[in-house]
Design a protein around this ligand. Structure first.
Ligand SMILES: Cc1ncc(C[n+]2csc(CCOP(=O)(O)OP(=O)(O)O)c2C)c(N)n1
Ligand SMILES: [Mg+2]
Length: 554
């Protein structure tokens, strides 16, 4: 059997190096960019990239976390697989927070990671960048990983990695390759991309879901990141059921916020209290199930790509496992036969929305700055949030009109992800403006990538809201710890001077009106980055609208 296979391999195989085979496989999967930071372990791989530079761009960063976050941003903005390449040991660990975030966001990011000489792996000889059980560490960060041990393995393993990133719960994958394997030559068989396994739609479950939802008097839809590719279907279902659609971080943009049925987290919290059926699409339902409560009067229908997800916290009435778009299309076919007659909820929803806007109105100046951004960022522009005061409010009140046009880090909520992720989004989507917001704390996590933005002429616009503090932390210390402030004040650079010193454009503005003018100028500049610093004071807390209490099953 093994012999037969090797015969088959040698007939159609062409001699090439592992690195050449790997680059060829990336190209065969439609990748045209790799985010990377070089080093001796991967020199042969980079040389293969150099030989193919007419087909694949290499965007090099100043820190490995920048490369991995850029791949993440590109994957989120395009919905397509993206790759990054770093050295082993410290290179891998430097990229690990981004890989963790890609895992949490179910983003198809392929990590290509170097290794020490193949024969020495696991032996503790103290080779450069050696780390104990690198494969074991990687296997905790991604669902699928492997090591390329010979040229002939590269195309097959890359094809398997690509397939794994879209199988079940989507997410990152990783491949290691030893320093002496990248340059090794050998016969390499041709390998076509592997088909994605087609999941049969469970017709009984579709019917059960249609009956539950169709009979519901107060249905609610909740969307997470897994609904981003099912926007048309969700919008149609919402209309058919006259169901409000709740989205918070990763689900924003699935519904157009101009639709009165599109609701934010606090309004969703109110509606959750009285809903009799919920359709949850591609979401952990973390806040509703763990914080808001459930009871027997609420029939939950889950749609999720991960077969283990629906019953993790609470067993739903109906679970539909697979890609959300085809499942929802089938539900749209079947629902009309079971759907109650429904009158439009538009007026009623407009009233609820107006009340909610009044409650949120105290979140100033955050709302006015967000309004200025929305007025200048075109509808197809992409907004990248951050773990900062204006970012928290954007998740509740920044109007989003299209899927994949609002990026938020999901449950990792890791400070400092934003700027480099936004660079990747803008690099991969040169056709639309991308806008990143940061606090002064978060921005400096990856601020060195301003050099990358200038080097690769990435026209990202970044707003830094500067309050001279880890403001969120400071507020908690004031409110809960008797104002014993510790580790929350910041010594900052002159952000305008900092950006200009890299060759970026920079401005400082002090009001929402001035921000609009600055944004207009910044978006007009398409050959490099712009930083806009906005000095701000202490802002009102958004947390009463985010961490909300139990409303069911009390
Ligand atoms: C990786 C990571 N480290 C620490 C935190 C904790 N944290 C949350 S918000 C915050 C302060 C944010 O400061 P800044 O970016 O200036 O925003 P501000 O709250 O001042 O608007 C910190 C340290 C986190 N969320 N993620
Ligand atoms: Mg701050």
């Amino acid at each position: 059997m093994a012999k037969q296979r090797s015969n088959r391999v040698s007939t159609g195989a062409r001699p090439m190096t592992t690195a050449e085979a790997a680059v060829g496989a990336l190209l065969a999967h439609g990748l045209d960019t790799i985010y990377a930071l070089p080093g001796v372990h991967n020199d042969d791989f980079f040389d293969a990239l150099a030989k193919n530079s007419d087909k694949i761009r290499t965007v090099h960063t100043r820190h490995e976390q920048g490369a991995a976050y850029m791949a993440l941003g590109a994957a989120l903005a395009t919905g397509k697989p993206q790759a990054y390449c770093v050295v082993p040991g410290p290179g891998l660990l430097n990229s690990a927070a981004a890989l963790l975030t890609a895992y949490g966001m179910n983003a198809p990011v392929l990590a290509l990671i170097g290794q020490i000489p193949q024969k020495a792996i696991g032996r503790g000889f103290a080779y450069l960048h050696e780390i104990r059980d690198q494969a074991g560490i990687i296997s905790r960060l991604v669902d699928w990983s492997a090591r390329i041990d010979a040229p002939r393995e590269a195309p097959r393993l890359i094809a398997k990695a690509m397939q794994s990133m879209f199988t079940g719960r989507p997410g990152p994958a990783a491949l290691e390759c030893a320093i002496d394997v990248w340059g090794r030559s050998g016969p390499v068989p041709a390998q076509a991309p592997l088909p994605l396994p087609k999941k049969r739609i469970d017709e009984d479950a579709i019917k059960a879901a249609a009956k539950r939802l169709g009979a519901a008097k107060r249905p609610l839809i909740v969307c997470g990141g897994g609904a981003q590719d099912a926007s048309a279907e969700v919008r149609h279902l919402a209309d058919m059921l006259q169901a409000p659609v709740l989205s918070y971080r990763r689900g924003r943009g699935v519904m157009d916020d101009r639709d009165p049925l599109s609701v934010n987290l606090p309004l969703g919290h109110e509606l959750w209290a009285e809903a009799d059926a919920v359709l949850a699409v591609g979401t952990h339902l973390h806040m509703p199930l763990l914080h808001w409560g459930v009871d027997r009067d609420l029939a939950i229908v889950r749609v999720d790509a991960d077969p283990d997800e629906p019953a993790r916290i609470a067993k739903p009435k109906v679970a539909l496992v697979g890609q959300s778009a085809p499942i929802l299309r089938r539900l749209l076919d079947v629902l009309p036969a079971h759907n109650a007659r429904r009158s439009s909820r538009a007026d009623d929803m407009r009233e609820l929305q107006a009340r909610m806007r009044k409650r949120l109105a105290k979140l100033e100046p955050q709302l006015s700055y967000l309004a200025a951004i929305r007025a200048e960022l075109p509808e197809d522009g992409i907004f990248i949030d951050e773990v900062t005061q204006v970012g928290f409010v954007s998740r509740l009140a920044f109007p989003v009109h299209r899927p994949r046009s609002y990026v938020s880090p999901g449950y990792q909520d890791n400070l400092g992800y934003g700027f480099a992720t936004a660079l990747g989004a803008q690099d991969s989507r040169r056709d639309v403006p991308v806008l990143a917001i940061s606090g002064d704390g978060g921005f400096l996590f990856t601020a060195s990538e301003m050099a990358t933005a200038v080097r690769h002429r990435i026209p990202l616009v970044t707003i830094v809201f500067n309050d001279g503090a880890f403001g969120n932390v400071r507020r908690i210390q004031e409110e809960r710890y008797g104002s014993r402030l510790i580790a929350s004040d910041l010594a900052n650079p002159d952000f305008v001077g900092f950006a200009e010193s890299f060759g970026a454009a920079a401005m400082r503005v002090k009001s929402p009106d001035d921000l609009r003018q600055a944004l207009r100028r910044a978006f007009a500049r398409r050959d490099g980055p712009t930083l806009i610093e906005v000095p701000v004071g202490i802002m009102p807390s958004p947390w009463e609208f985010i961490m909300m209490g139990r409303v069911r099953g009390v």
